[in-house]
Design a binder for this molecule. Structure first.
Ligand code: SF4
Length: 204
């Protein structure tokens, strides 16, 4: 598959769960993301294996409307901090912060107006969620109905897993049939980075 570097994030975003797709498309649309969005997305990108250098290049190029000087003053430090390159206590030095789990994204810092972080299954209206799913190629009526029922029961990550299983159904069938993946590899996804990793492996 596409190597994990700054130039390939658009291509790699096909493997992102909806939360990260939303951050990515918002970033591309606005050439900017607010603080919690940058944090959630930076840690996810670190988790997929993007190097600090590539992550800095990615953000610098994505913020199209600001100067290098502004970028260096206002944004560079926080990206380095997330990677553990600067700041933090001795514990985090060299390692930085852990990418957020679904649990954390679902329960902490709900997004306000103009913010794109959070989980679309949890923080979007059903109509907006359905539109976003359709925009990302999920047209199957049973899947959309299932997602609606899941989110009404507040089973947000189940909705996310439902979409994953649908979007990867032929690949999942193949690795199961060939005995390459067993139940352990197909456990319910509870972390955005697991979603990515599994999709990246299955589609390559
Ligand atoms: Fe992201 Fe988890 Fe929500 Fe899926 S359930 S969209 S991986 S936060």
């Amino acid at each position: 598959g596409a190597p994990i570097n700054a130039a390939n994030i658009d291509a790699l975003s096909q493997h992102f769960p909806l939360c990260m797709k939303h951050l990515h498309t918002t970033l591309r649309k606005n050439n900017h993301l607010k603080h919690f969005g940058r944090l959630q997305y930076t840690l996810f990108l670190k988790g997929i294996g993007l190097s600090l250098e590539d992550c800095l290049v990615f953000w610098r190029q994505s913020f199209k409307t600001i100067t290098d000087d502004q970028f260096n003053k206002e944004y560079r430090y926080n990206v380095r901090h997330s990677y553990g390159d600067v700041g933090g206590d001795a514990n985090r030095r060299g390692r930085g912060y852990a990418p957020y789990s679904c649990q954390k994204i679902l329960t902490e810092h709900p997004p306000g107006t103009g913010e794109a972080h959070g989980c679309p299954y949890r923080h979007f209206s059903v109509d907006n969620l359905t539109s976003m799913l359709q925009a990302t190629g999920v047209h199957d009526r049973d899947v959309l109905r299932g997602v609606k029922e899941d989110v009404e029961k507040k089973r947000y990550h189940i909705a996310c897993n439902r979409v994953f299983e649908w979007a990867h159904k032929s690949e999942i069938k193949r690795v199961k049939d060939e005995g390459i993946w067993g139940p352990a590899e197909l456990e319910t996804i509870v972390h955005p980075n697991t979603y990515f990793k599994r999709s990246y492996l299955l589609k390559n």
